[in-house]
Design a protein around this ligand. Sequence first.
Ligand SMILES: Nc1ncnc2c1ncn2[C@@H]1O[C@H](COP(=O)(O)OP(=O)(O)OP(=O)(O)O)[C@@H](O)[C@H]1O
Length: 184
Amino acid sequence: MKVYTKTGDTGETSLFGGKRVKKYNVRIEAYGTSDELNSWIGLIISQSIHEDHKSLLIEVQDRIFTLGAQLAADPDKPKLKMPRIKQEDILLLEERIDKMDEDLPEMTKFTLPGGNTIVSYCHLARCVCRRCERRVIELADQAEVEPLVIQYLNRLSDYLFVLGRKLAQETNASEVFWEPKNVN
Ligand SMILES: Nc1ncnc2c1ncn2[C@@H]1O[C@H](COP(=O)(O)OP(=O)(O)OP(=O)(O)O)[C@@H](O)[C@H]1O
C-alpha cells in the first residue's frame, strides 16, 4: 500500500475505527502532539547516554504509541481492541524518578532550562509532553479519556525533568539557578 492514499488531502483524516474528522480536531491535536513528543524522545535516545536510560526511553516510546492508539480510537466504537496504558507503566516511571533522585542534590531553587545539548533535549521533550497533556485534558472535557493516559503524561514530564538533571550530573553540565532580580 502506498504511503500517500490522498484521502487526507481535503483536510480530514480517519480515527482508528474509520470515522472521518477535521485534522484540527482536538483529538487529532492530542495524538499529533504525542507523535511530536515521541520524536523528541527518539532524539534523546540517539545521544551518547547510558544504556539504562536508553532502554527505559525505548519503553517510553512504546508506551507513547500505546497512548496514541488509545487517543486515536473512535469513542463511539468501545469494542475496538488495542494496547492500553497500565498502572505498572506509571509505577516504572516513578521507580526510575526515585532512583535518579537518590543521587541528585536537593533542589532549593528553579534552574534555568539548559546546560548542554542533551539536557536541552530533555527540557524540550518535557515541554512537549506538557503540551500533549494539555491537549489531552482539553479532549477529556468533550470525550471520555482513560485517566491512566493523563496520569502517564503527567508522570512522564516529571521523569523527563529528573532525567535532564541526572544527565546534567553525568555530563558535568552546571545547573544555573534562577536568581529573581528587581523583585518589587
Ligand atoms: N496533520 C496531522 N496531524 C496529526 N495527525 C495526523 C495528521 N494527518 C494525519 N494524521 C494522523 O496520522 C495517522 C497517519 O495518517 P496518514 O498519514 O494516513 O494521513 P492522512 O492525511 O489521513 O492520509 P494521506 O496522507 O494518505 O492522505 C492517522 O492516525 C491520522 O489520523
